[in-house]
Design a binder for this molecule. Structure first.
Ligand code: AVW
Length: 249
């Protein structure tokens, strides 16, 4: 009995020392069987621990990307801009596409905030700089670096869901425009297929100026097409995951 009590007390103590952020990180990571999550966690921490939280450049995450590299999933990679909820509702329920948030690193850190502090070896989850407060903050630098890595392995037919309720669906300041599109390489990517998600209040269509800019920005040799798809149609596909992948739009 004494031994059992000791083991439980020790376990609880260790768990508290682990911290809530680390626990979330490890438990989300463990859903991916092929990784050493304790190692991924320690490489992740190295990027921002004991640093000024406005001085974490994107390159700080290079070792993390090397430790858990993105795998190419030709014809199945899905990018998005300002359509987070409808995209993930669809990709979670169906097995057609993979977004950054379905990969190990993307899913582990989705929705989380973290930063370090000079002179401390701890991870903080409050009082961290906001997305636009300073450019080189740990969260923004991570998403910039991870998006670049994900776009680097894009291949075959690539899909992107954009928001038809915006006057500028392809916004120059978005990660999709400023990082991902620039890294699509015509030796790997054959087509960019834009799905413009149309809600009732849609203001843009495929002739939109910003989408023309997107088409022009693509590496020579990458084909472009755009399709206006009602949001209700995508949601209908999410509730009928048995439908073949090519039949939704
Ligand atoms: P987005 P992106 N404060 O919908 O093209 C906090 O604009 O940029 O699409 N978080 C923010 C802020 C902000 N001001 N702005 C952006 N974010 C975060 C990765 C937030 O998590 C995928 F591969 C928001 O949900 C897509 O193809 C997310 O950035 C592409 O990048 C996306 O903002 C989507 O980036």
């Amino acid at each position: 009995l004494l031994i059992i009590v000791l083991v439980v007390v020790l376990g609880v103590t260790l768990n508290q020392e682990r911290g809530q952020f680390e626990s979330i990180f490890i438990s989300r990571c463990e859903k991916f069987k092929e990784y050493d999550c304790q190692n991924v966690w320690s490489v992740f921490q190295e990027a921002y621990i004991n640093k000024d939280p406005c001085k974490v450049p994107t390159e700080a995450y290079d070792p993390l990307i090397a430790a858990a590299p993105f795998k190419p999933a030709c014809n199945r990679m899905m990018f998005w801009s300002k359509t987070k909820d409808v995209v993930h509702d669809f990709t979670e329920k169906t097995d057609c596409f993979i977004t950054l948030e379905d990969t190990l690193l993307g899913s582990v850190l989705d929705g989380l905030t973290w930063c370090g502090k000079e002179g401390s070896s701890a991870t903080f989850t409050t009082d961290c700089p906001g997305w636009t407060q300073c450019d080189n903050n740990p969260v923004r630098s991570f998403w910039n670096r991870a998006s670049a890595g994900f776009a680097d392995v894009a291949c075959g037919d690539v899909t992107a869901m954009m928001n038809g309720s915006l006057i500028t669906p392809f916004s120059p300041t978005s990660i999709f425009a400023s990082i991902e599109v620039k890294r699509f390489n015509s030796s790997r990517v054959r087509n960019l297929k834009v799905v413009l998600v149309m809600q009732k209040n849609a203001v843009a269509n495929c002739t939109n100026m910003s989408l023309k800019n997107l088409e022009e920005e693509l590496d020579q040799g990458i084909n472009y097409d755009c399709k206006e798809v009602p949001e209700s149609q995508i949601k209908e596909c999410s509730v009928h995951p048995e439908k073949p992948c090519g039949s939704c739009w």
